[in-house]
Design a protein around this ligand. Structure first.
Ligand SMILES: NC(=O)C1=CN([C@@H]2O[C@H](COP(=O)(O)OP(=O)(O)OC[C@H]3O[C@@H](n4cnc5c(N)ncnc54)[C@H](OP(=O)(O)O)[C@@H]3O)[C@@H](O)[C@H]2O)C=CC1
Ligand SMILES: CC(C)CCC[C@@H](C)[C@H]1CC=C2C3=C(CC[C@@]21C)[C@@]1(C)CC[C@H](O)C[C@@H]1CC3
Length: 418
């Protein structure tokens, strides 16, 4: 089948075989991590301590809890709080509208959870429920992706994504066929990208901190750091929610298993791995080392936020005094590319900042185990692959001007190395 533009889009992620392997490997990896994080040896590459049977994974109560969580986040999404933003222009020249109230959703969730805990909700019991909850999230992702695939069968061609319409059902199920699947104004991809998973990640971290306090009298310094750093990251993402409207996930990728599983299951249950590890493997951390780690996180955040804000300020208004003095390359599309400031240092300064923060999230867990460094390893692979995909898209968009940018800024993520 031809892509919506009329020409075949190149297959990504290793084509149908790659997609099939990833659909098995990603959930298996997530369950492996959940199991080994609580095991004594906590070996990333060793076998899991046991294979959980259906009685451990399947629980109607946990399924209900999971749907209550999704329902709460959906209700907060629909609250008429905050502004409404327009997305990028679509092929038919229209623009979709999106509510920008993710930060309010985070604050309201915190208030509701605070109230529930003071009324006796045992949040510290959540760590014991991670396996059945992760199973419920994975099942939801599979069923949801199937429904999205079926919905795309009746969607107009103009609603299809450039990538996930190869005609191969496995590949298209994985990548997602429809670009912005919606029911009325409820945008499924945008909702999933930022709300249930990211806020769920923070909530799981908090539950692990409370459980540690129950077990050991008070949370450890390492646990405080991991919770603080990751809360900053999630708070920042929701505060700058509008920026997600220009990411390739929203503008280019369809909504299929990759993003449904990534957003709903992978993010909350694997991104909380460091806090899971710390609950079961307490690590001594002195103030001098903690201070060094805080500085590393601050440097990473400074680069990440500086680069992201510089680009979004420039894209909104190139004459803004904060960016007007920067050097640019004109492109045939009428848009310009920044070639000085953060975007003159490497072609993806925001990825560099993100990776430095990833290192700071693992360091509180010490160096005795590889397991807490899983996020750093996975994230490096994800960003290297993502950078290559973005590069291809920019080459198609900007042609010669992109070649000129690559000549002027030769390094992709790490200056003088890569
Ligand atoms: N924690 C996680 O799991 C993940 C985090 N992230 C983070 O999310 C954020 C968004 O990442 P992502 O969506 O991948 O991409 P970017 O925010 O880096 O956006 C890439 C786009 O920026 C524009 N651009 C590239 N170079 C220039 C330039 N020199 N001047 C002006 N514009 C330029 C191009 O789009 P155009 O020209 O059309 O504007 C390009 O397609 C990043 O900070 C990343 O680290 C991303 C993925 C996963
Ligand atoms: C499991 C798969 C291999 C890949 C799944 C990818 C998803 C987990 C990520 C794709 C893009 C993401 C973005 C973010 C979180 C992870 C996913 C959903 C952010 C929201 C993280 C915070 C940043 O400030 C913005 C990011 C946008 C992209």
């Amino acid at each position: 089948m031809a892509s919506p533009q009329g020409s075949r889009a190149p297959l990504e992620f290793g084509g149908p075989l790659g997609a099939a392997v990833l659909m098995l490997l990603l959930p298996a990896t997530m369950f492996h991590l959940l199991l080994v994080a609580r095991s004594g040896p906590a070996r990333l590459l060793g076998p899991p301590p046991y294979l959980p049977g259906p009685e451990v994974l399947w629980s109607p109560q946990m399924l209900l809890l999971w749907f209550t969580w999704l329902g709460l986040q959906a209700a907060l999404y629909l609250l008429p709080a905050g502004k409404v933003a327009e997305g990028q222009e679509l092929k038919d020249k229209s623009r979709l509208r999106y509510p920008i109230n993710g930060f309010q959703a985070l604050v309201l969730t915190a208030l509701l959870v605070g109230l529930a805990v003071s009324a006796g909700l045992p949040l510290g019991a959540l760590p014991e429920m991670l396996l059945p909850l992760a199973f419920a999230a994975t099942l939801t992702a599979f069923i949801f992706s199937l429904l999205l695939y079926l919905k795309a069968l009746v969607a107009p061609a103009s609603a299809l994504a450039p990538g996930g319409n190869s005609g191969n059902p496995i590949y298209d199920f994985f990548l997602g066929r429809e670009l912005n699947p919606r029911i009325w104004s409820f945008d499924f991809k945008y909702f999933c990208e930022l709300r249930p998973g990211l806020i769920g990640w923070v909530l799981i971290n908090l539950a692990l901190l409370m459980q540690e306090a129950e077990l050991r009298g008070s949370p450890s310094l390492a646990m405080w750091l991991v919770n603080g750093f990751q809360l900053l990251y999630v708070g920042d993402a929701l505060w700058h929610e509008e920026a997600v409207l220009t990411t390739m996930d929203i503008t280019h990728d369809g909504f299929g298993f990759m993003l449904a599983f990534g957003d709903l299951a992978w993010v909350p249950f694997t991104y909380s791995l460091q806090a899971q590890f710390l609950l079961h493997h307490p690590q001594p951390l002195g103030l001098p080392m903690a201070s060094v780690i805080c500085v590393i996180n601050a440097v990473g955040y400074y680069i990440f936020r500086g680069a992201n804000s510089q680009k979004s300020t420039f894209r909104k208004n190139p004459s803004d005094p904060r960016v007007a003095g920067l050097e640019t390359i004109p492109t045939a599309t009428g848009r310009q590319l920044l070639v000085s400031g953060w975007w003159g240092m490497v072609r993806h300064p925001n990825y560099l900042g993100d990776l430095i923060m990833a290192l700071a999230w693992s360091l509180p867990c010490g160096v005795s185990h590889l397991l807490p460094y899983f996020y750093l390893l996975y994230f490096t692979a994800l960003l290297v692959h993502r950078e290559a995909r973005d590069e291809q898209q920019c080459l198609r968009k900007y042609g010669l001007a992109w070649h000129e940018y690559c000549r002027r800024v030769p390094y992709r993520i790490l200056p003088y190395v890569y």
